[in-house]
Design a protein around this ligand. Sequence first.
Ligand SMILES: Cc1cc2nc3c(=O)[nH]c(=O)nc-3n(C[C@H](O)[C@H](O)[C@H](O)COP(=O)(O)OP(=O)(O)OC[C@H]3O[C@@H](n4cnc5c(N)ncnc54)[C@H](O)[C@@H]3O)c2cc1C
Length: 408
Amino acid sequence: MAEFTMELNDEQKEVRDWLHGFAANVIRPAAAEWDEREETPWPIIQEAAKLGIYSLDFYAQQFFDPSGLGIPMATEEIFWGDAGIGLSIMGTGLAAVGVLANGTEEQIGTWIPQMYGDVNDVKVAAFCSSEPDAGSDVAAMRTRAVYDEAKDEWVLDGTKTWATNGGIANVHVVVAVVDPELGSKGHASFIVPPNTPGLSQGQKFKKHGIRASHTAEVVLEGARVPGHCLLGGKAKLDERLARARERAKSGGERVKNAAMATFEASRPAVGAMAVGTARAAYEEALEYAKTRTQFGRPIIDNQGIAFQLADMRTQIDAARLLVWRASWMASTGKKFESAEGSMSKLYASEVAKKVTAQAVQILGGNGFTREYPVERMHRDAAIYTIFEGTSEIQRLVIARTLSGMPIR
Ligand SMILES: Cc1cc2nc3c(=O)[nH]c(=O)nc-3n(C[C@H](O)[C@H](O)[C@H](O)COP(=O)(O)OP(=O)(O)OC[C@H]3O[C@@H](n4cnc5c(N)ncnc54)[C@H](O)[C@@H]3O)c2cc1C
């Protein structure tokens, strides 16, 4: 088990500084343009791939960093550059985590490389769980997966929505219902390989923030995938379903479902995204407050401004500590006894919303214009309290974990 330390080692610092350089020199200067275009920034992803930042190797290196700090540190730097472009670069990681959380070693080795493609032909991946009538209420999911035993194929039908990279992904990871009687315990995750007939992109959404990240519906109409695309395999699924049926009868212990396993692993990473955006806005506000003069002195010379900046920085550091704790726990195999993953996402996302709003206020009229990046950062930060479980849902998870009661 990695000894806990608050200090990044030399190698981690080197990676952090290298990523910061990419975020400052490549991502940040392109952020306003891709925000306006509302398109996936393929040239930036390509550039990240050339440098080895957008690659399976890099992601795996950070993911398996024994301290657990590799992913949060890398994510914070990239999102410090820009959240929309950041999600275009890191979004594939969510689908990869979906496979890592539920897949066999063979599935991990086969599909994750195809999610990234290679330097000459970069690809992205999508994780599709949400549906029009099943957002927070994952159990209301309707997309069906039916096994065709004669052909050893699964047939997928339904509509997924708000999927990051949905429809433009090389590999889609789709969560579907295999046993409707079992609610969320009857769900399973499937790989939908590239160019599978029956999978198409539906509506592409025009968004409030993270506009450089592609968000769309994914429509599945009789999409057939080979039996080996069921993550974890059929034997494991049958065993899991049998256990869930048994427990449903006896009213016993809860069995974790496929989407939840992915979200638990990825929530601290979303917290790190929020820390990156919050830090970027705070730094802009600090610089502005030191140089903007009113009443014959810099505006930071007023406690009304300086104390806000003090609170902003304190909250950002506290958010990072919660994110690092959860990431360290996850990587060292410690159970989230008090929903520490949810705590980190809840706090960091709320801090990002608050801090970016304060940054807009500190920049005054300039903060309200697209001439300054805090306007975009404020719009971007709104996503963190919504996706991968809203703040209300995080509070439910935390409260249920702490109380052991079925709080509603
Ligand atoms: C830009 C973007 C990218 C996304 N990317 C993905 C992706 O890649 N893959 C994917 O599967 N999904 C993705 N999502 C979907 C996202 O996870 C959902 O939007 C989110 O889970 C909330 O679901 P909902 O929008 O249906 O809101 P609802 O569930 O309808 O919630 C509406 C409001 O009611 C509150 N609420 C609901 N239930 C309760 C309750 N029991 N107690 C208290 N309050 C409650 C919520 O907190 C919220 O404030 C994305 C969404 C966006 C906007």
